[in-house]
Each structure stands twice: as structure tokens, then as C-alpha cells.
Write a protein that binds this ligand. Structure first.
Ligand code: ATP
Ligand code: MG
Length: 332
């Protein structure tokens, strides 16, 4: 079985629709055909200042949501990144293979640090993509299901894997991104030029999986719409409506041209109401299952311990080889 690896940050109290459609839904599908490794990347979350109690809560919420969304702990290896220490160790070795200029080209660092200024950003936020490369390479992943915002980081991962293989001998599988065009970038409901994001969307711009039906409906109804009144797919002139069409199509399995035909002559109101219903119908069962899983922390932590143990076996194996190839003495 080919192997798949992906991660999600515990940087909010819920995942949003972009995380679900762009990543998590594919994770669930891929567990059927792949040897699947999925992690809650808490080491990534601390690249920006994070309160310990919030990190703890959000890590459990993130894990519970993954199981609630359909990941099966029997089939998929679901774990918390910091439980597998080898990620950090490999990250250091890869940091030493990365050029300053190469790291400085990463646009996510530029975007995320713009909020507080590059000088105030942590060095961890700067080296984040290299830790991500370690997350992927350490499992010898063939495929990495992510949204479009991760394309550049995946390129860096491939470059670092190839460079290591070239310098020290064949060690890492070079992974391919797995990005579904139709859902690669779900945009902010209030700003169709920006991606929906846990850390930078306004509350009105984001649809959280754990949100109640009332606020979800209200946000969809208030999503910025474009001039005119026809429901048409036109990324250039109708980015807001096009985003809602993409969402509706992904949630209902109806092709966009069929949706456009269905709403012809009906204006935005009916369309938005039906988008809101599709969102509520998808999110409600996930929210209910998440709440149930969170009610039993002992059981949740047990599932994560099983995942961590399985992940460690693979990570330790890769690291033993990496240490030797780099020239570190065996520790007896
Ligand atoms: P943060 O703002 O803290 O970075 P995020 O919303 O970007 O949070 P991540 O945890 O960084 O979420 O990303 C988890 C996965 O969700 C990644 O594969 C990412 O590509 C995907 N993803 C995030 N936002 C979107 C989006 N708007 N559309 C499609 N995929 C997305
Ligand atoms: Mg992100």
C-alpha cells in the first residue's frame, strides 16, 4: 500500500470548511487505499505565541474532530506530532541542509509574519516549512493531501529529500502533493481574495465545523456577494458566488454547471439558503460525534497513544538510518 501523510494545526477551537474540504475529507477517503498517517501538528502551532491551556484543549479538539469526520483508528494512524520526538530531530538535520535564501522565499512566512512584523516573528515560524518536510519525509510518504496553500512547502520538502538522498545516499521517498483542484482554496466569506484561515479570517468570514446551525446559516446568508443577481461561475467578476458554488458542489456532489442551471432566474437568496443547509447537514453529525469523543478524554488520549506508538515505529526506523548516513556515531 502506498503511504500518505498529512497534518493539521491545533490553532483554533474548531476546523473550518476549508480544512474539511481541502484536506480532512480526502484524508478519510485515502485511508481506504493507503497506509495513512495523520497528525495534529502541535509543534507547528507553537511557532506563534500560544497559551498552554489553549494548546492542550485545541489538540484534543483537533484529534476528536478527525475521528468524528470519519478517520478510523483501526485503519489510520492518527497521532500528535510532539509525541514522536524524531520529527524534531530530523527537522534539525534538514535545517542544516537548507539555504537561508531558499527558506526566505517561503510566502507563508511572509504572510504570517506580516501581522506582527518580520523582526517580531519567531525563528520557529521561519523554519516551519523545514519541520513540515521532516514530518513528511520521516514516514517515507508517497502522497500528501493538502490545500493549494501548501504547494510551495511541498516543493521544498521534495527538494530537501532529493538533496539529502544525493548527499548521503538514497534514504527518503520523494512525495507527491495530492491536491484536488475544485477544493484547493476555499475562500473567506467576507474576502474572496483570501483563503479561509483559522488564524487570519474574521469570525464572519469563517465557517467552523463545530459551530451551531444558527450562526452558520447567518454567515452564509451574509457572505459578500458580487454585483448583479445571477448565480454564475465567474472567478474573475463573481469570486464570492463562485466560492459558494464550489462549496455547494463539493458538499452535494452536483456539478457546478448543473447548479448554475438549477438557480437560473432565482437570485442569490434561494441559492445561499441551500448552501447554508448543505453546510449545516455536513457539519452537524461531525459536531455531535466530536462532542461525544471529547466527553471521554481518557479514551481519546488512549487512541492517540496507540497512534503515536505506530508512528514511532516508522519514525525510529527512518531516523536510525538518517543518523548513520549523516555520520553520527552509534550511541551504545
Ligand atoms: P492557520 O491559519 O493556523 O495556518 P489553516 O486554516 O491554514 O490554519 P492548517 O492547519 O494550516 O489550517 O492547514 C490544514 C490543512 O487545511 C492544510 O492541508 C491546508 O492546505 C488546508 N487548508 C487550510 N485552509 C484551506 C482553505 N481555505 N481551502 C482549502 N484547504 C485549506
Ligand atoms: Mg495554515
Amino acid at each position: 500500500r502506498p503511504r500518505v501523510l498529512s497534518g493539521i494545526q491545533p490553532t483554533a477551537d474548531s476546523f473550518h470548511l476549508g480544512n474539511y474540504l481541502g484536506a480532512v475529507r480526502q484524508w478519510v477517503t485515502l485511508q481506504e487505499t493507503h497506509d495513512a498517517f495523520y497528525c495534529v501538528v502541535d509543534l507547528h502551532a507553537i511557532t506563534v505565541a500560544t497559551e498552554p491551556a489553549a494548546l492542550r484543549r485545541r489538540s484534543r479538539v483537533a484529534a476528536a474532530q478527525l475521528f468524528a469526520a470519519g478517520l478510523d483508528p483501526e485503519r489510520a494512524t492518527v497521532f500528535v506530532q510532539s509525541h514522536v520526538r524524531e520529527h524534531t530531530e530530523l527537522a534539525w538535520i534538514l535545517i542544516c541542509q537548507t539555504g537561508m535564501g531558499e527558506a526566505a522565499r517561503m510566502t507563508q512566512f511572509k504572510d504570517k509574519s506580516a501581522k506582527f512584523g518580520e523582526q517580531a516573528a519567531s525563528v520557529g515560524l521561519f523554519t516551519y516549512p523545514i519541520l513540515q518536510a521532516a514530518d513528511i519525509l520521516i514516514y517515507q510518504a508517497n502522497s500528501v493531501p493538502v490545500g493549494a496553500d501548501q504547494k510551495q512547502h511541498l516543493e521544498l520538502t521534495r527538494d530537501l529529500g532529493q538533496r539529502f538522498n544525493h548527499r548521503f545516499g538514497d534514504t527518503f521517498t520523494i512525495p507527491e502533493p495530492y491536491i484536488l483542484k475544485e477544493v484547493e482554496k476555499i475562500t473567506d466569506l467576507q474576502d474572496p481574495s483570501a483563503k479561509m484561515s483559522k488564524s487570519s479570517s474574521s469570525p464572519a468570514g469563517i465557517l467552523d465545523v463545530l459551530e451551531q446551525p444558527g450562526p452558520l446559516r447567518k454567515k452564509v446568508m451574509r457572505a459578500v456577494t458580487d454585483t448583479g443577481s445571477e448565480v454564475l461561475f465567474d472567478e474573475e467578476n463573481k469570486p464570492g458566488i463562485s466560492n459558494l458554488l464550489r462549496i455547494q458542489s463539493a458538499l452535494t456532489g452536483t456539478a457546478i454547471p448543473d447548479l448554475v442551471a438549477r438557480y437560473e432566474g432565482q437570485g442569490y437568496g434561494t441559492f445561499k439558503k441551500e448552501v447554508a443547509e448543505a453546510v449545516v447537514e455536513t457539519f452537524t453529525p461531525i459536531r455531535e460525534r466530536t462532542e461525544k469523543l471529547l466527553a471521554d478524554e481518557v479514551e481519546l488520549d488512549r487512541l492517540l497513544a496507540i497512534g503515536a506508538e505506530r508512528a514511532r515505529v516508522v519514525a525510529r526506523h527512518t531516523m536510525a538510518e538518517v543518523r548513520d548516513r549523516v555520520g553520527f556515531l552509534p550511541s551504545l
